[in-house]
Structures are given as C-alpha cells and as structure tokens.
Design a protein around this ligand. Sequence first.
Ligand code: MEV
Length: 449
Amino acid sequence: MQEKIISGFSKLTKAEKLTWVTRHYVADAEAAAGEIAGFTHADERLQQVLDRFSENTVANYPMPFGIAPNFLINGRVYAVPMVIEESSVVAAASSAAKFWLARGGFKAEVLSTVKLGQVHFTWSGDPARLRLAFAELESRLRLDAAYLTENMEKRGGGVGQIELIDLSDREPGLFQLRIAFETCDSMGANFINSVLEQFSATLEEFAAAHPALQPDGKDLVVIMAILSNYTPECVVRAYVECPVDRLAGACKELGPAAFAEKFRKAVRIAQVDPYRAVTHNKGIFNGVDAVVLATANDFRAIEACGHAYAARDGQYRSLSNCTVEDGLFRFWADLPLAVGTVGGLTNLHPLARRSLDILGNPSAEELMAIVACTGLAQNFAALRSLITTGIQSGHMKMHLANILHHLGAGEQETREAIEHFRDKTVSFAAVREFLNSFSGNAGVVSKAP
Ligand code: MEV
C-alpha cells in the first residue's frame, strides 16, 4: 500500500506523473501510459492553455462536440453546440427543434437575473442591537467594496439588496448577510466572492468598533463568505405552444388530441411523483448541461441549483409543465440558469469561444434562453418517444452502430446487422454472435466488450 502513496506529485513533470500513476495503479503500465498520452493535443501552445484550467493534468479527456441545428428561438435561428457523451441526445434535440420550427419555434423570456451571496457569521449578542446598527453597517459595506464594484456598476450591475438574516433560532448566535448581485454578462462568481470577502473584513472591523455592539462586538466572527449557487431569482421561462391540431405529425401512433393528452399526463406524472420527476428532469439536463458545457459554464452549479429549484415547495417535481386547454397545447419550463458569456473559461477555452461564436456571441440573457430551450426540446423529444415508441428503439440504433464499429464490422456486415436487429434486442454478445455467423465473415470479431 505504501508504494501507492506519494508526496510531491504535483512537482513531477507530466510524463513523470503519468509514468508514476500507471506503474503503481495499472497492470499494463506502458500501454496505458502510451494510450493516455495519446490524448495530448499536438499543438503544444493549445495544450498549455488546457493544462492551465486544472491541476496534475496528464492528458485531455475528449468529449463529442455536436451541433443541433434549426433551433428557432424568439424569432432567431440558432445552431446549438452541445457537448455530451450520451447517444441520441443531440439527435433528439435536433428533431424537436425541427418539429417546432414549423410551429412557431421556441420562445423564452428571462424572468429575473439576480444572483446571491452570503456572509455567514456568529455573534452571541442581542440581535436587536445588530438590527439597530445595520443601516450604518450597510453604508460601510458598500463604501469599502466600492473599489471592487465600480467597474460592474459602469456595466449596469453591482450590489443590490443587503439583508441581515437571523438564524439564531436554528443555531445559537448564527446570522448571515444575504446579498443580491447583478453581474451583467458574466456568471459573476469571482466578482461576488471578492465582494463578499471584502464584506467579511468590513463586518468584523465594524462590529469591533461600533458602540452599539460593545462590549462584545469583537466576538462577532465570520464563519465563511461565498456565493450561493441557489439562484431562484435568476430564472428563464422557455415555452412552445400551438393549437392541438397542429401537433399532427408528432407521432404516427396517435392523433394530435390523443398525443396532447397523453403528453400532458406524462408531464403530470413527473409533477406528482419524485421518482419519475428525477428521470424527467435528468432528460431536461441532458440538453441544458450539453450547452452549458459547450460554452464552458459551470454545469455542477447549474445542476445543483436546478434540482433544488425543482424541490422548492418541499417536494421534488418536474421542472416542466404542460396544459391542454381550449384547443391550445402549451409546454414550458422555468429554469434557474446562472450562466455567463464573458469571464471565467467562456473566453479562454478555444471551443467555448467558438461555441459562443456559433451562437452569434449572445448576451448572458440570450444564452439563458438558448440553454432553456435546448432543455425543453430535449424534454419534448424524450416524452414524445416515451409515450409512443419508447426510447429503446432510437437508443438501440445508436448502440448497435457503436458496437458494430467497436467490433470492426465492414460495410456489408453493418447493413445486414442493422436489418437483422430491426426487430431484435441489441446486446454486445448478440451482435458478436451475429457477426460471427455472418456468411462470408472472416472472423472480424476479436475485441472483448
Ligand atoms: C435519458 O438520458 C433521459 C430520459 O430517461 C429522460 C426521460 O425519461 O424523460 C429518456
């Protein structure tokens, strides 16, 4: 076990790191090191850019970078870049985009853009004294952070409301400053956290000196200051709507009215049952995350926030809604999406920069709209399959193609296999067996799954 532990790993060169980790953790060390190193970018300058995004890097981990075209959103057509490793997702988004292209397209409306930060602190004194001094504290906080907020204010953003929140009924002496921020086209994490750290210093200094908080003002202790990734006031609504009879063509199996009603019920199930809601929302995030990742935004923050938002009334529910009323089909999702189009990696990652280029260099609000519509499209496509053919036929086609490629099937074998598996269950073993028995097959199949 001892030999698997190392100190000073970060000081090793990239090649040394790779040699060390493969020697100590992999059976075929040399082959593994070679394979991993093979994912290093040929352009050294580009590789250095990528290496700077993280630590202890030994290579790159490529993900497919796809495009879902024909997205009509608020009257403008987009080709949406998506980074995702799951088959069918880009195809599903593209097919939903095309379906709605002929029915007025997607619409989106940004409902709010407020982000939040918190300074958590403890103080054992009387909360009433804190409240008394709060107006003065607030002016000091704003003044002391002016050097940080000046530029953001010039762009139309900055610090909004500052609230004092008393949590001492949940934990003795616990309080927080909850601060609203407008961060314009940036996601704003660095800006918010810098302001919060300045606020922390000001708060402690203020408490130690202010007469109303003595003699125990110096006992006020900041526990931590950090933005909140829960942004229920940074929300975009994405929607599609059309007369029910315009849904003709949504599927072969059902007429438009039956389709609309079955679809509405499918959404309703995810409203009332958390087990279904998680899978349903996962489908929405298939679309959301793929665009968030393509534009180098923070998909962990977006996911964490989205799921908390889905449970905001105490039960985890669908993020999308559907109504069928007076002959009108409406399908929409309100999604909290704190994304940016400047700052962070958005302009540093070469492919994120190109993704934004492809999207016409949108503002953060426009990107919120695009991301939300892609999520809604994904949800529409998933439900459309689920309530009609099921998702496996589509998935299995992709799966079959991947297996055939993996097994090195030739053109004719591929054609025959696709025909053969049209009405059969696809599995690795079944495809291998089929290829082995394929007439004229000279034994293509050697690789293990
Ligand atoms: C698979 O990645 C996503 C779905 O399960 C979503 C859903 O069930 O709505 C198809």
